[in-house]
Every structure is written in structure tokens, then in C-alpha cells.
Design a protein around this ligand. Structure first.
Ligand code: ADP
Ligand code: MG
Length: 366
């Protein structure tokens, strides 16, 4: 097993990269600690597969180093890196039986046949492939094929890490949920470092203890699901995590007050000071729909808004409001009355995040 360090890593698929846009991975540093269950989460095209392929050695990075337990492995070919990788689409030998497919990575390592048998039976059991062991892989359905492909990644217990690249995309939703639970169980049992790539936040948070959120070729935050929710480090994390995502308001200070567009915001002095001292024009106030207080009547520090509409989601509603033309979303629990037409919103200071050039900044101390 290994700790995987990415040091000043960058990658461009183009021969003569000129601008940041030419890079699939923009210079970044990241550590996957030994034994963790991790998710790498981000939208399509942000560089997730590129990162995995660099770790496994399928791709040589343009810049920087990959280290396993502190040793640079850049020049090691994939087969010497001791990494198992499971891809989005099944990688199996069609003419072999399921048993032989699962045994292949072990036989390749000259593992004694008794041990091969033990591991194949164990993995087949976990993935519920035991009844299929004697069948030829080409006769399996798409789900079963992908399970075999995953089994091939899981069968070796001597690997440094297992990388899963959106492995459940082709799997039926019900089975998907079950397999994700299985993977978590397997992780629990063997404590192998696992990196699970997905573009689905729910999938990420049900599998991983810690999630790396990737955006435009960089890991913009590495944290627990709770940290990503409560203190997004970047506006993208705020927007991407949560449903709906965080509200972001462009803010400035004028005449001793905070404004978003023409609308004055009632926020405390620390927020005012934080905005006032920012040296960029790109300053945003972020607040989650869950943390906005919604009142039916005027309250102290409450901002009057027009309620555009409300979406009833069963156990809660999302209220879409306009604060002098600025759109806001707020969550109202089922035991609260959902306002119509008018409401007063309050932003609790401790729930406000301030973002300068899209990165979160600390609020000044009193
Ligand atoms: P993800 O897995 O997050 O969807 P990828 O790592 O596949 O993202 O892709 C990152 C960026 O690199 C995208 O802009 C993609 O178009 C580009 N890219 C990926 N593979 C290649 C390739 N083989 N040649 C050129 N560009 C590529
Ligand atoms: Mg990909």
C-alpha cells in the first residue's frame, strides 16, 4: 500500500501549450493518504481521468512528479506500479470464463493456484458472481461484465491502490447502490487506498470519507462531505455540492453599507470589513439556501424580498425570492409556513462565506 503524492503536477495533451486552457491538469499538489476511501468529484472534462491515468502510469505527465511513499515513480511503467484500475466500460477477456477473468491478474503475478482459487471465490462472493463463474464472459449482460471488470481490480490484495474511473456508469441504478455499498465494505475489510471517480455528489459522499473536488484541472478542495457543505473553499464547490447549490451575490461597499447591485444587504461589521479590504473587484457573498432564515414578518436585520415562487419537495420547500432583482434560494422546512408574495430574509453571520476571486477568505476578527 502506498501514499500517493502529486507534486507540481500539470498535464497538457497539446504539444505546445500556451495558455491555462491548454492544460487538462493545471499545476497542482495533492496527497492521497494510505488506506483512505476517497472520491474524486467534478464535472465532465475537468481532468479526473487524466489524473487517474497519470497515477497508474498510462499517461506521462508534462510536468511534475508522482510519488509513491515518497519515491518518484514517473519512469515506472504501469505494470510496475502495483495499481489496479477499473474503467467506465468493462475490460475483460470475452472468450475466457468469469473464473479465468478474475484469476488473470493473480496468475499474471505467478500467484500459487490455491491462493488464486481462494481470492477468486472471495471476490466472486462479494460481487455475487459465484453462479456465473463457469460462464464465458461474452455471454454476460452489461452489468455482469462490469462486475467482472471490477472483480479484476479487486482480486489482488497486494496493490498499492485501486482506482475506479466512473465504474458504475453502465450499471442499473438499483445494483449501482448495492455495488457502492460493497466497495465500501471491501475497503473496510482490506484498507486499500481507493480513489473513486464520479461526477455525482451523492455517489461521492456515500462512498468516500473524503472528497477531492476537481474543477478546471485543479483540486479546489479536499474535505469531508460536511466540510464541503459547510465551508466550501471555492465558489465552484458551493455551487456543485448541495441541492440547490449555494447562493452567491456579487458585493461591494458604498457609503458604509454592503450592496449587491442596487440592493443593500444587512450583514454585520465583519462581513463589511472583509469586503471593504478585498483588493479585487470579484467579491462574492455566499450563503447556503439551508442557512437563510425565512420570516413571514419584518425582523431585525431582515431583508424584504419578493417571493417569485416556491417548489414543494415533500419534506421541505425551496423558496425562490428576489432581493431588488437579485435571485436567492432559501430552504423552508415542512413545519414552517412557506411564504407567498413577500418574506423577510436574514443571513446569520456565522453562515456567511466571503469569496475573493472565487476562493474563500477568512472574515476579519472583531
Ligand atoms: P474527465 O475524466 O474529468 O471527464 P478528462 O481527464 O477525460 O476529464 O479530460 C480533461 C480534458 O482533457 C478535457 O478537456 C478533454 O477533452 C481533454 N482530453 C482528454 N483526453 C484527451 C486526449 N487523449 N487527447 C486530447 N485531449 C484530451
Ligand atoms: Mg473521465
Amino acid at each position: 500500500m502506498a501514499e500517493i503524492t502529486l507534486k507540481s503536477l500539470a498535464h497538457s495533451y497539446s504539444k505546445n501549450p500556451a495558455t491555462a486552457q491548454d492544460y487538462a491538469i493545471r499545476e497542482m499538489n495533492h496527497v492521497w493518504h494510505q488506506g483512505g476511501a476517497y472520491a474524486l468529484l467534478g464535472p465532465s472534462g475537468c481532468g479526473k481521468s487524466t489524473m487517474l491515468n497519470i497515477i497508474s502510469g498510462l499517461l506521462e505527465p508534462s510536468n511534475g512528479e508522482v510519488l509513491f511513499d515518497g519515491k518518484v515513480v514517473n519512469s515506472l511503467p504501469p505494470e510496475e506500479r502495483n495499481i489496479a484500475q477499473v474503467f467506465q466500460f468493462p475490460v475483460i477477456y470475452d472468450t475466457m470464463t468469469v473464473y479465468d477473468n478474475l484469476a488473470f491478474p493473480l496468475r499474471n503475478m505467478k500467484t500459487p493456484e490455491a491462493r488464486v482459487h481462494e481470492r477468486v471465490m472471495e471476490v466472486a462472493d462479494v460481487l455475487e458472481l459465484t453462479p456465473q463463474l463457469k460462464r464465458k464472459a461474452k455471454n454476460l449482460n452489461a452489468d455482469e461484465k462490469q462486475k467482472v471488470s471490477m472483480g479484476r481490480g479487486l482480486v489482488r490484495d497486494d496493490v498499492s491502490a485501486i482506482l475506479f474511473d466512473e465504474p458504475l456508469t453502465v450499471i442499473d441504478p438499483q445494483l449501482k447502490w448495492k455495488l457502492r455499498r460493497k466497495l465500501k465494505e471491501i475497503h473496510h475489510r482490506f484498507r486499500i487506498t481507493m480513489v473513486y471517480v464520479t461526477h455525482d455528489q451523492l455517489e461521492a459522499s456515500t462512498f468516500a470519507d473524503k472528497i477531492a473536488v476537481m474543477y478546471e484541472g485543479q483540486v479546489v478542495q479536499f474535505g469531508t462531505p460536511r466540510e464541503l457543505f459547510e465551508t466550501p473553499n471555492h465558489t465552484f464547490v458551493g455551487y456543485f455540492i448541495g441541492s440547490p447549490g449555494m447562493n452567491f451575490l456579487d458585493v461591494t461597499v458604498r457609503d458604509g453599507k454592503v450592496f449587491s447591485g442596487e440592493a443593500p444587504l444587512l450583514v454585520d461589521k465583519r462581513v463589511y470589513d472583509g469586503i471593504a479590504r478585498a483588493t479585487s473587484d470579484n467579491v462574492k457573498l455566499g450563503i447556503r439556501p439551508e442557512f437563510i432564515e425565512v420570516h413571514q414578518e419584518p425582523v431585525e436585520d431582515g431583508m424584504a424580498v419578493k417571493v417569485e415562487h416556491a417548489q414543494d419537495l415533500g419534506t421541505y420547500s425551496i423558496v425562490y425570492a428576489s432581493l431588488g432583482g437579485i435571485s436567492l434560494k432559501a430552504r423552508v422546512e415542512e413545519d414552517q409556513i412557506t411564504p407567498v408574495d413577500k418574506a423577510w430574509l436574514r443571513f446569520p453571520s456565522e453562515k456567511i462565506g466571503l469569496y475573493v476571486d472565487d476562493f474563500r477568505v477568512e472574515l476579519p476578527h472583531e
